[in-house]
Design a protein around this ligand. Structure first.
Ligand code: SAH
Ligand code: SF4
Ligand code: F3S
Length: 496
């Protein structure tokens, strides 16, 4: 499958096709609001409500951050608009993981600058903000390349967005804020959570200390940091009270989680999952993304013991060649990965596995690719994501010799994706005729159609009433494709 293929994903541009709203929230126009005061006959014209436009690229952690920023802006009186021309504030929450994602930001900024100039001619100000990993990685360079940008804000400073916007306006010069302040963002922004979708994200860990040689994350998100357990449990409770039945715990290295527990203790991800499983009404817990090195016995055991922990594991391996794994600094071999998968399967035989793969890493040979295909065949993935290696500035692999030509990368990617797609099709075919518990997440495009997820994270379309959104219902799988299933509600629910 390609990176753009799937709902629960790491770094695919979540960018909304064209310039559309990033959520289903109420949108406003910028018309002045007229209000009658108590005095008969008097009409007071209030200033128009401020609007913001926000576009999110990259991984689910950016989605989480964008949601928190939207809540903070709403509490400051801003309303979301999907029309850039009406936006007093534009925020691009960006991703730096591959060159394509980062460069898309600059082409968007060019269009936004033109709109800013047109608005200026009509006496309207626009604050252009670049947030996220490009902001962190490139800082002042962004303003050099696009001087219309007013504010560059790294992922650790979103709780200061309001104050920094005011400064940018007052000082009439670009503000660059890329300090690392760890938990402050969460402490401040998580308090505002009042709404939830049936399936919600909750960031529990940020940053990474692994330094894989291809990857920018340790530089853009900084050192590994875990939020305190009590704070996470409190946020999860709020989400459940607001209607969530499923929570996906997020982290760049989520299974390295080691948060502060009660009285000086340290809690692992397994411990956190156990604490969350005690929350009444939280039916499903998921976590992503994990590193093979941090997959400990306790977490594996949790998959066998905790019914709320869904039978799905995203465990990126990147390559099946030990030579490549070593050059990537992944710190495990292909055999160790396979042994780990065997342990996970022994604990939870039905677990659905997924992975990320990089093809065309510097020095990769045909033999290396053959070993990757071999590891894929030996493991059997329910879904996976594969990428062409993209040299990133400042990472060790970008400076290596033997960079692979794009044509060769394309051809290798096709072979790897072909096999992964075949495996996904096979996994979905195996679901045919089974009855599964499906969390109904939303109404589909056709209003009689519902969209949900199976325990194995397969997308499934079912015909049924909108009143089922948020419920977990039994569905019998009647059809499948590579990317999704179709199913029928069990007869007693359909008749109710
Ligand atoms: N922490 C996770 C992955 C985070 S980045 C892990 O360790 O597995 C998500 C995925 O993007 C990675 O798994 C990798 O497959 C891909 N990726 C990261 N840097 C890349 C690069 N320079 N070129 C191509 N793909 C990359
Ligand atoms: Fe990047 Fe490696 Fe850290 Fe994953 S473990 S975020 S790939 S450096
Ligand atoms: Fe991209 Fe940053 Fe996430 S680089 S993948 S948005 S951590």
């Amino acid at each position: 499958m390609t990176a753009a293929g799937r709902g629960m994903r790491w770094p695919r541009p979540l960018s909304l096709a064209g310039f559309k709203s990033s959520s289903g929230r109420t949108l406003v126009t910028n018309d002045a609001v007229k209000m009658h005061t108590e005095l008969p006959g008097a009409t007071r014209t209030l200033p128009p409500q401020k609007s913001f436009y926000l576009k999110t690229f990259g991984c689910q952690m950016n989605v989480y951050d964008s949601e928190r920023m939207m809540e903070a802006l709403a509490s400051q009186g801003y309303a979301e608009t999907e029309n850039l021309e009406l936006a007093d504030l534009v925020i691009l929450n960006t991703c730096h993981i591959r060159e394509k994602a980062a460069e898309k930001v600059y082409s968007d900024l060019g269009r936004i600058r033109d709109i800013k100039i047109a608005r200026q001619a009509n006496g309207r100000d626009t604050i252009i903000t670049v947030a996220g990993c490009v902001a962190q990685a490139e800082g002042a360079e962004i303003v050099r390349r696009q001087p219309a940008v007013d504010l560059v804000i790294g992922p650790q400073s979103y709780h200061r967005l309001g104050e920094l916007m005011t400064r940018a306006k007052q000082e009439r010069k670009a503000i660059i804020e890329t300090e690392f302040t760890e938990n402050a963002k969460f402490e401040v922004l998580a308090k505002a959570r009042k709404r939830s979708t049936p399936s919600a994200f909750l960031t529990v860990q940020e940053g990474c200390d692994k330094f894989c040689t291809f990857c920018v994350v340790p530089y853009t998100r900084g050192q590994e940091f875990s939020r305190p357990t009590a704070e996470i449990v409190a946020e999860a409770r709020k989400l459940v009270d607001a209607g969530a039945s499923e929570i996906t715990l997020l982290g760049q290295n989520v299974n390295a989680y080691h948060g502060a527990g009660d009285s000086g203790s340290t809690v692992s991800l397994a411990g956190l999952v156990r604490a969350l499983a005690k929350i009444d009404g939280l039916a499903r817990i998921r976590y992503m993304t994990s590193h093979p090195r941090d997959m400990d016995d306790d977490l594996i055991a949790a998959h066998a013991e905790i019914p709320q922990l869904m039978p799905y594991l995203h465990l990126p391996v990147q390559s099946g060649s030990d030579r490549m794994l070593e050059a990537m600094n992944r710190k495990h071999s292909a055999a160790e990965y396979l042994a780990l998968i065997a342990r996970v399967r022994a604990a939870r035989p039905d677990i659905a596995l997924s992975s990320d793969f990089i093809v065309g890493f510097p020095g990769e040979t045909e033999e290396d690719i053959a070993q990757t295909l071999d590891l894929i065949r030996k493991t059997g993935f329910a879904q996976s994501f594969s990428f062409k290696y993209s040299p990133r500035p400042g990472t060790p692999a970008a400076g290596l010799g033997q960079q692979i030509p794009d044509g060769v990368k394309n051809e290798r990617l096709q072979r790897v994706q072909g096999l992964l797609e075949e495996q996904q099709m096979g996994f979905n075919a195996g679901s045919l005729g089974q009855t599964m518990a499906v969390l109904i997440e939303r109404v589909g495009r056709d209003t009689t159609q519902l969209v949900g997820r199976t325990p194995y994270l397969q997308l499934i379309h079912v015909t049924g009433p909108a009143s089922l959104v948020g419920q977990i219902v039994d569905v019998t799988v009647t059809g499948f494709r590579q990317m999704s299933l179709t199913g029928q509600l069990s007869t007693d629910i359909a008749a109710a």
